[in-house]
Design a protein around this ligand. Sequence first.
Ligand code: UD1
Length: 368
Amino acid sequence: MPKVGITGGASAGHVVPALAVAAELGRAGADLVYFGREGSIEADLAAKAGIRLVPIPAAGLRRYRSWKNIVMPLTVVRGVVIAWQALRREQPDVIFSKGSYVSVPVGIAAWLNRIPLAIHESDQSLGLANRILAYLASIVYLSEPGHGLPQWLERKAVVTGLPLRDDLADGQPEKLRAELGIRADATVLLIFCGSQGSQRINAAIRRQLHALTTKFAVIHVCGPGNLDPTLNSTPGYWQREYLHDDMVHALWLADLVIGRAGATTLAEIEALNKPAVLIPLPTFVSRGDQLANAEAYARRATCIVVPDDEDMADGRPILAACEQLLPHLQTRKLPPGRDQIHRAAREIATRTLNLSRLQRAASGGTSR
Ligand SMILES: CC(=O)N[C@H]1[C@@H](OP(=O)(O)OP(=O)(O)OC[C@H]2O[C@@H](n3ccc(=O)[nH]c3=O)[C@H](O)[C@@H]2O)O[C@H](CO)[C@@H](O)[C@@H]1O
């Protein structure tokens, strides 16, 4: 069976879809290895999925002035050298890269070692890492059409959708409701801002907490280090730093979601048909991908987009948007079909394995 190297990381928005593809590859019998940073979110989640991690150093560009941008190129070069050695040792038949700066050294090293590279882009436009790796990749999977790609890239592109988390079909909302002690007739509001949380949005939510908890049972996933112990005994309010296995139960339990507009989050709430208040990351801290994601999402799903600006800071626009969505909350939650949930990950796994087999066939059926 082929050996597939997986890479991508820095945030769960990249690692969760990478692991969804890994799960399908594993079911198809592939041998898996994850290339990522030691002590990182990809290391943590890969370990939970039972996939061995090969450590590769990586560094990303900061979109603000930082001395770390000066040493960044050196770390990338060191990462390429270490990844090159690791790939020669591990001999994967193909690399699947889910993007982010973590994937750059591995993608370059794959190209240098003539290992076929498949990459996936979740957002409306290619991120910096994928803009680099697109030149080296044999195939570029896209979540959605319409990236305005140049012709040479269009030829490599395949629209597959975004690989949804492998456990998304397995939500047990009533289990979580019972564990937290949420009343059966309560309207559940789930708040999470990507995998890292947002201190600005946490503060805005907490300013309107009284008003929100009179209308909703509020599950607030506030991000590592962002718990507020003074609110522990607030009735109708449950705060958590991060949800692992419970994330899917929380997504199913929610009647309404407040969040950023990361592509992975949007794909999950769309699959489960959850109305949402979206507060996309502004351009001064990102390339603006979430603004484009939110704009496109608002054209096809029930949501209200609240800009992350001065007005948002007191939480009133968020509260007003929740109130506006109250009449739209669904009363019947239809579980999505398992096949539908696994479709994108399965297609990517199949195409990626084909890439590896083609490569083997071209080299006469022997491994390198
Ligand atoms: C800050 C940043 O640059 N964010 C980017 C990052 O997403 P980022 O990782 O910030 O967030 P996403 O919304 O894309 O994904 C979050 C993922 O984490 C999971 N989750 C979240 C909280 C939690 O407690 N437990 C948990 O499991 C969610 O179910 C989801 O699968 O990559 C996305 C995909 O390219 C981009 O669209 C985002 O712009």
